[in-house]
Ligand binder design. Structure first.
Ligand SMILES: Cc1cc2nc3c(=O)[nH]c(=O)nc-3n(C[C@H](O)[C@H](O)[C@H](O)COP(=O)(O)OP(=O)(O)OC[C@H]3O[C@@H](n4cnc5c(N)ncnc54)[C@H](O)[C@@H]3O)c2cc1C
Length: 406
């Protein structure tokens, strides 16, 4: 007899979504998380349109969770050729969240749906328990037995090892959270920056995370330069690129931070984290164990955007797990097909774009800053109203990309 219908490992966006959906479908769900919540996660916290849609569909208010919404995008090519474009239709380019509070809200939604949440609980192994289901070994405690397990335990996933997930792209992100003095808050209000980096395939970002400028009218210059907004009001600044380029990426990060004039500001966090993209034929299921989100290597290869992938795949896995636990074992068999149907073309298109971008970041800069038309297309993609895959299939684009990729 299983302890739970569904055990979900990892309480990030993928795990919280899986637990919420499975519990809402009537399954007895336990969500295991090794950290104490709220926990820090190295992440830009930028929500694209598809992430916002998923949050809204879960009954949560993404705007209330956001620290900022940005409608202006500055782009530079390794610090040069600065171009700024502003969106004027009242919609954000990205909504910015702090991951500790964002993830905690998602976990609260899973609890409200009926999931039991156990924090400070580290899973050490997942193994087949025969007719009983799947055994989940927990450090310092007895094993749990579940009919179905959803592994959503991020890039160093135990469940992914069990399933045999293979990734053919491993990147590292380096990121700091810098406290924002008033003069910087005024400069970055509602504006983000993307820098097409000097290391092949890399880029850098500045994401504002504060609700107000804090610019005190009439304050003396000295006060203006040294007064900070509330604790937690930050600029998130980072770079990402291939793990193989570790030292060059570190040098890029330091140069990027220095170029922004913020190197001496207090840092609330300064950390690194891996992202991994699955190989096209990698499994996402073994028997009664499914993987979702970063654990499955589901992440856009070019932008490394992963929150929408985590929310969407978590939802699919939670639904399949609940259906299987409720007596429909075929639901597990169709999970890989559904993952392929939803993400396959997005992943393939992201790979093509990353290949092109790695060779010709200057071209990307020229295209992205070419005028209102190019920016309009970018906003349609980031909103989820179009996809890179769809754009690459347009007449003429396929041939051009193929020629440039040679
Ligand atoms: C520097 C950087 C910037 C990024 N910026 C963005 C961005 O702006 N927008 C975006 O959409 N994506 C971004 N991403 C990607 C995004 O962070 C991830 O894709 C997303 O967090 C994946 O969610 P997840 O739920 O799959 O995994 P995670 O968020 O990593 O959650 C996994 C959870 O599992 C827990 N866990 C791990 N091991 C165990 C264990 N053995 N037992 C129990 N619990 C365990 C962890 O503590 C964690 O809480 C960025 C990534 C990096 C590295």
């Amino acid at each position: 007899m299983a302890d739970f219908d569904v055990v979900v490992i990892g309480a990030g966006p993928a795990g919280a979504a899986a637990a919420r959906v499975a519990a809402a479908a009537g399954a007895r769900v336990c969500l295991l998380e090794r950290a104490v919540l709220p926990r820090y996660k190295t992440c830009g916290g930028g929500l694209v349109g598809m992430s916002r849609d998923q949050i809204a569909a879960a009954g949560l208010d993404w705007a209330g969770l956001a620290r900022a919404q940005v409608d202006a995008l500055t782009m530079t090519l390794d610090g040069r050729l600065k171009v700024t474009r502003r969106r004027r239709d009242g919609q954000p380019i990205l909504a910015m969240v702090m991951r500790p509070e964002f993830d905690a809200a998602l976990v609260d939604a899973a609890k409200a749906a009926g999931a039991e949440v156990r924090t400070a609980t580290t899973v050490t192994e997942v193994r087949d328990a025969g007719a009983d289901g799947v055994a989940v070994a927990v450090r310092g405690g007895p094993d749990l037995v579940a009919s179905v397990v959803v592994g959503a335990d991020g890039t160093s996933s135990r469940a992914a090892s069990y399933v045999g997930v293979r990734c053919d792209q491993v990147d590292v992100g380096l990121e700091g959270e810098f406290r924002v003095p008033s003069y910087l808050a005024a400069r970055w209000e509602r504006r983000m920056l993307l820098d097409w980096g000097p290391v092949p395939g890399s880029y850098g970002w500045v994401f504002p995370k504060f609700r107000r400028t804090g610019a005190a009218g009439g304050a003396k210059e000295e006060h203006f330069r040294t007064s900070f907004g509330p604790e937690g009001d930050v600029l998130t600044v980072g770079v990402i690129g291939s793990r193989d380029e570790g030292p060059a990426l570190r040098a890029y990060y330091e140069k990027f931070v220095a170029s922004l004039g913020i190197a001496d500001l207090p840092r609330q966090h300064d950390s690194g984290h891996l992202t991994r993209v699955r190989a096209g034929d990698s499994p996402v299921r073994r028997g009664r164990v499914l993987v979702a989100g970063d654990a499955a290597g589901l992440l856009d290869p070019w932008t490394r955007e992963g929150i929408s992938f985590a929310l969407r795949s978590g939802r699919l896995a939670g639904a399949a797990a609940a259906a299987a636990a409720g007596g429909d074992p075929a639901a597990l068999g169709t999970y890989p097909e559904r993952v392929e149907a939803v993400f396959g073309s997005e992943l393939a298109a992201g790979r093509v774009l990353l290949g092109l971008y790695s060779r010709r970041p200057d071209l990307m800069h020229t295209m992205m800053s070419a005028g209102p038309g190019a920016f309009g297309l970018f906003t349609r993609i980031i909103d989820g109203r179009s996809t890179i895959a769809r754009q690459l299939r347009r007449p003429g684009v396929t041939a051009t990309v193929a020629a440039l990729s040679r």
